[in-house]
Design a protein around this ligand. Structure first.
Ligand SMILES: Cc1cc2nc3c(=O)[nH]c(=O)nc-3n(C[C@H](O)[C@H](O)[C@H](O)COP(=O)(O)OP(=O)(O)OC[C@H]3O[C@@H](n4cnc5c(N)ncnc54)[C@H](O)[C@@H]3O)c2cc1C
Length: 468
């Protein structure tokens, strides 16, 4: 579907910067490049821009912002970078890690100051691997609101976002300079736009089963719960352009997708004291290791499912999340007065579930060690009315992609940049190393917003330098 070709004799339109994709990365890029004085066109294949951004929880980690300081958290980007590398076992590209951890704070403050986005820092729980409260969210605490606010900012700033415009072709000269793109409309009509720089913000290849099977066989065939339009176009173009790719086996999985409702059940339930049991009523893992790697662990259980078990206190925390409330409305959450009542509703073996909860009492009291290595002390034992939701593992988005430098320029295997091609978000190599375990929660929107901020600024500077 995508290709690289020589330029047509004439282009239909002309602009400075073309941005491919209108998710968090593309809209941030567009706003930043526009502010830098460039003429920008953002091209989006869908009729309405949503992307994986709108499906996400919308939580963006950042260190050193005034929003963080407002809740009494003081930290330097280096501390955040250390958490990223710890989760990635030191495998994450150090240049990209440094770039995104240093740029995300200024990017969020700029989105607030210049474009009116409001940020709150979540202080009621921390995801696995985060040593500080640093998740920033818009007040609605959901990705759909994040994209809505970015689109409102784009409209207010006069950013041109063209929808129903799938970019199919990058046009380039023999010297490798991109001179424009071609796009296809839903009715099959094509148009071409000349430009001086292109930013790929079209996310990864979660929606391309062949690329997933080729690069991440362990999750091939699992449910994909990201945006279906993310079909790996950036990587496919990169191959044709001779660009370097990195960490294509990395991805964000999730071990808590309500089944069969396909609604994300927040991992906060696990972090604050909940457990996962399999269909035999037994725990099978350390739930605090990470929700990403839990995708494959849950899929390896009988029937490829697990049950999240928690109590009223945790149910109260869940109620703070829009998707959790959606799960209630969909009938995904089952409740019972005690373990036996819950077993009757869920079909879980009552004796096994009771036994699991009995063991937990000892773990919470610090009288026995969890064989899976989770520290249960510090959180209360489950008590009173219990709740359960059947979940499965899923692929949320891919983390590998085009290799870039600190200016978000796409690189060749020898480390030199392609003349005028940038990438950010899921289109670029992420900061999770090469394995599912390497994904620190928030790595997705971190690179989308931070690299969009960088790519937009750098593309505008490049245009200016050429113009004057
Ligand atoms: C359920 C879920 C929850 C998540 N929660 C979080 C979270 O809380 N925090 C976090 O950091 N990350 C989270 N993520 C990951 C996060 O959503 C992504 O990493 C992030 O949205 C990527 O942003 P993006 O702009 O690169 O891609 P997207 O938002 O997917 O945007 C890419 C856009 O490009 C368009 N496109 C693709 N190809 C073309 C083409 N050829 N021409 C034109 N347009 C094209 C697509 O239609 C799409 O609109 C979550 C993901 C999921 C699925």
């Amino acid at each position: 579907m995508v290709s690289v070709a020589r330029p047509p004799a004439n282009f239909d339109l002309e602009t400075d910067v073309v941005v491919v994709g209108a998710g968090a990365c593309g809209l941030t890029t567009g706003l930043r490049a526009l502010e830098g004085g460039a003429e920008v066109v953002v091209l989006e294949r869908d009729t309405r821009p949503t992307g994986s951004t709108s499906m996400s929880s919308g939580f963006i980690p950042a260190a050193g912002t005034r929003f963080q300081r407002a809740i009494g958290v003081v930290e330097m980007p280096g501390e955040f970078a250390a958490d990223i590398q710890k989760k990635a076992a030191g495998e994450a590209d150090p240049v990209i890690v440094k770039t995104v951890t240093e740029q995300i704070g200024p990017a969020l403050e700029w989105l607030a100051d210049t474009h009116g986005l409001e940020w709150q820092v979540l202080d009621d729980f921390r995801y696995p691997g985060h040593t500080k409260h640093r998740m920033h969210a818009v007040p609605e605490k959901i990705g759909a609101a994040l994209i809505a606010r970015l689109l409102a900012a784009a409209a207010a700033a006069g950013l041109t976002v063209v929808t129903d415009a799938r970019v199919t072709t990058l046009h380039l000269t023999d010297e490798g300079q991109i001179t424009g793109v071609s796009l296809t409309r839903p009715d099959g009509a094509t148009e071409s736009i000349a430009c001086k720089a292109v930013v790929l913000a079209c996310n990864g290849y979660g929606g391309n089963p062949e690329l997933v099977a080729e690069n991440i066989p362990e999750i091939a065939g699992a449910p994909y719960f990201g945006h279906p339009g993310n079909t790996g176009d950036a990587v496919l173009w990169g191959r044709e352009l001779g660009a370097a790719t990195k960490d294509l086996s990395a991805y964000q999985g999730h071990g808590s997708l309500a089944h069969p409702h396909a609604i994300l059940i927040t991992w906060a339930l696990m972090m604050e004291g909940g457990i996962q049991v399999n269909a035999e009523g037994r725990r099978f893992s350390n739930e605090h290791a990470g929700h990403s790697e839990q995708s494959v662990t849950v899929l390896a259980q009988p029937g490829g499912i697990a049950w999240n078990i928690y109590d009223d206190r945790l149910h109260g925390i869940g109620m703070g999340f829009p998707d959790y409330r959606e799960a209630i409305a969909a009938g995904a959450i089952r409740s019972g007065t005690d373990a036996r009542a819950l077993s009757a509703i869920t079909g879980l073996p009552a004796d096994a579930l009771e036994n699991t909860l009995m063991q937990m009492v000892a773990f919470c009291a610090g009288k026995a060690a969890d064989p899976f290595g989770r520290d249960f002390t510090g959180k209360p034992m489950l008590s009173g009315r219990l709740h359960a939701v059947k979940v499965t593992g899923a692929l949320f988005h891919t983390q590998g992609g085009l290799m870039i430098d600190a200016r978000a320029r796409v690189l060749r295997p020898d480390g030199t940049p392609l003349p005028n091609l940038y990438a950010g978000g899921g289109a670029a190599c992420g900061v999770s190393g090469s394995r599912v375990e390497g994904y620190l929660s928030g790595n997705g929107l971190l690179t989308a917003v931070a690299l969009g901020f960088v790519a937009g600024e750098m593309a505008a500077i490049q245009i200016k330098e050429h113009r004057f």
